[in-house]
Ligand binder design. Structure first.
Ligand SMILES: Nc1ncnc2c1ncn2[C@@H]1O[C@H](COP(=O)(O)OP(=O)(O)OP(=O)(O)O)[C@@H](O)[C@H]1O
Length: 582
């Protein structure tokens, strides 16, 4: 139960709702326990011929009143306890989401999104069930069992009571066993169904590839397998759940049989009244649900506990990137960048992604980085943004070590156009203004998209800047996506701009226009341009040519051509390609 200590503050805050909920729950239980007694007394009055018409009205009123009281009470305990469990679910999801936002990208590269989603849904649901229905079932069943047994003994005798309930523990054991099997099989049904939906979704999303490779038959065959597996898992579940209820009913009916047989004999002998027999029989009926609930409650609490343990592991995960306690406050960043003797290895790898990197970019200058794929270009940017921390060397902005700046100051002052150009399933307007918490004037959005040469494309869409992207929204081309994410970086007007291979999906003419726009915008902006194309970067103030994590050539375009090395080689190749294309 230590696992739940994280929820201490939540329980403290909501203790009154829990107390009131439990109060109503126990009130309903006590009222329920009155019904068998009312029926018993009614039977006795019948048997003794003492029932008058007023008596009939009196008993009818009792039944109606208890019915109303039970209804009202149930409403209140649901409102208090079930609402609390929903609030708990909300609280935990929020805590988990906010916590995940603090973790570094490395955490997400080593943990599957599907697993995190399952913690956010299945585990939190299991905790909600344990802290809602789990608590209710536990209190309710124990209370009803204790009071019903007490009333049964009072109505007849201890001996008859023991005989009537002797087989009920079997129900608890069976509910536990079957409950677990049913739960496990339901999980496999869920996972088979999610395989089925995933398979269907992926194949219809990739329908063009399937058709162009003429693979319809293979896909149909694979679908047959996945569909069959789903049916098999459902049948396995039906086999157990089909036996479960009838078996419980059968065991319970043995108790009823014992009661009728032995208590009936006592009635015939005149040792107990007919009314007491009816009350006894009705109390036994009341035990039907709580005995099943005891088995279920143990399962629900166990699952809740296991889920809380799993959630605690994530919530206790510490972010890799930690801010120092008193970061240096800077009024504004100018944009000088320096890498000094930087070497870096990604976590869980054993080779250096960067080795002894040194460069300085003065404010307003442009540094270009070129090199083969996997040579370490994006790693330089990852380190500048502090998505990973270095252990060897230092990185400075305006001569301040970036580890001494707050993460907010550092990242807010960098306009970053990532390689994957990820856009959210929202309107283009919201995507471009993503960096701002408050509403941004439309003019700013238009200006940034003009700079990124995407304005005309967006104006051609029927909903222009209100066009929603994503699965059910419009899909835009790779080049339009790239330019939208350039607009998203430019609108911030940051002192440092980074383009990580961000012009690869646009033609050379548009590329030239964007670069010219940037020149006019970015007089004081320090720019890092990563590219595979020499045409993109040839006017940079310094070009780094990288290979295998090292800078192997550096200088201006002309200087590098004179070196007659790898840069010149690449330049000649690309020039030839251009000529052939033309
Ligand atoms: N998150 C990561 N974990 C482990 N290794 C990584 C990670 N990201 C990159 N690497 C490795 O680090 C090296 C440098 O990668 P990087 O992404 O910086 O190359 P790049 O020059 O930007 O390549 P590209 O031109 O294809 O974008 C590569 O060997 C790559 O496999």
């Amino acid at each position: 139960m230590k696992a739940f200590s994280r929820l201490k503050d939540f329980f403290k805050k909501h203790k009154w709702s829990y107390i009131l909920g439990l109060f109503w729950l126990l009130t309903v239980d006590m009222i329920q326990l009155l019904i068998p007694r009312i029926l018993g007394n009614l039977t006795n009055d019948f048997q003794n011929n003492t029932l008058t018409s007023n008596g009939v009205i009196k008993y009818s009123l009792y039944i109606i009143l208890t019915g109303i009281a039970i209804g009202v009470g149930r409403y209140f305990w649901r409102i208090y306890i079930i609402s609390n469990s929903r609030k708990l679910e909300y609280h935990l999801r929020r805590e988990l989401f906010d916590h995940l936002l603090t973790l570094s990208p490395n955490y997400f590269s080593t943990h599957k999104t599907g697993d995190l989603m399952s913690h956010a849904t299945n585990d939190i649901n299991a905790i909600r069930m344990a802290m809602g229905f789990g608590i209710i079932m536990m209190v309710d069943s124990l209370f009803i069992i204790a009071l019903s047994l007490f009333m049964m003994v009072r109505s007849t005798s201890l001996k008859l009571t023991i005989m009537a309930v002797i087989n009920l523990p079997i129900i608890i054991i069976i509910t536990r066993r079957f409950g677990n099997t049913i739960y496990n099989r339901s999980k496999t049904v869920q996972s088979a169904f999610s395989n089925l939906t995933e398979f269907t979704q992926e194949n219809f999303a990739g329908i063009r590839v399937i058709k162009s490779f003429v693979q319809e038959d293979l896909v149909s065959e694979n679908f047959y397998e996945v569909n069959k597996d789903n049916m098999k898992k459902n049948l396995e579940l039906v086999k157990v759940s089909g036996i479960f209820r009838p078996l419980l009913e059968f065991i319970f009916s043995i108790s009823l049989l014992i009661t009728i047989f032995f208590s009936g004999k006592e009635v015939i002998k005149g040792n107990i009244s007919l009314g007491d027999f009816v009350a006894f029989y009705s109390y036994l009926g009341l035990l039907n649900w709580p005995t099943r609930a005891v088995g279920r409650v143990i399962n629900v609490l166990q699952r809740g506990l296991a889920s809380m343990d799993r959630l605690n592991i994530i919530l206790e995960e510490k972010p890799d990137i930690i801010e120092i306690s008193n970061p240096i406050q800077v009024p504004s960043i100018k944009g000088k960048i320096q890498f000094k003797d930087v070497s870096f290895k990604y976590p869980n790898t054993n080779h250096n992604a960067l080795e002894n990197i040194n460069f300085i970019i003065e404010q307003g200058k442009t540094l270009a980085i070129l090199g083969r794929t996997g040579s370490g270009k994006s790693t330089i940017v990852n380190l500048l943004l502090r998505l990973y921390d270095i252990e060897e060397g230092s990185i400075f902005i305006d001569d301040i070590d970036i580890k001494s700046l707050s993460l907010k100051t550092l990242r807010e002052n960098i306009g970053y156009v990532p390689q994957d150009n990820f856009l959210f399933s929202q309107s283009l307007k919201n995507n471009i203004a993503f960096a701002f918490d408050e509403e941004v004037p439309d003019e700013m959005i238009y200006e940034a998209s003009k700079m990124a040469e995407v304005y005309d494309n967006i104006m051609d869409f029927p909903m222009t800047f209100d066009t929603v992207l994503g699965e059910r929204g419009v899909t835009i081309s790779g080049g339009q996506k790239q330019r939208t994410s350039i607009a998203r970086a430019l609108i911030k007007n940051p002192p440092i701009l980074i383009f990580d291979d961000s012009l690869s999906a646009v033609d050379t003419e548009t590329e030239e226009k964007i670069l010219n726009n940037l020149k006019s915008l970015t007089k004081n902006t320090t720019t890092i341009l990563i590219s595979h194309r020499v045409s993109t970067i040839q006017s940079a103030d310094e070009i780094l040519f990288m290979d295998n994590g090292k800078i192997i050539e550096r200088g201006k375009h002309d200087e590098l051509l004179e070196l007659n090395g790898l840069y010149k080689n690449l330049y000649d190749k690309q020039l030839l390609e251009e000529k052939i294309k033309k």
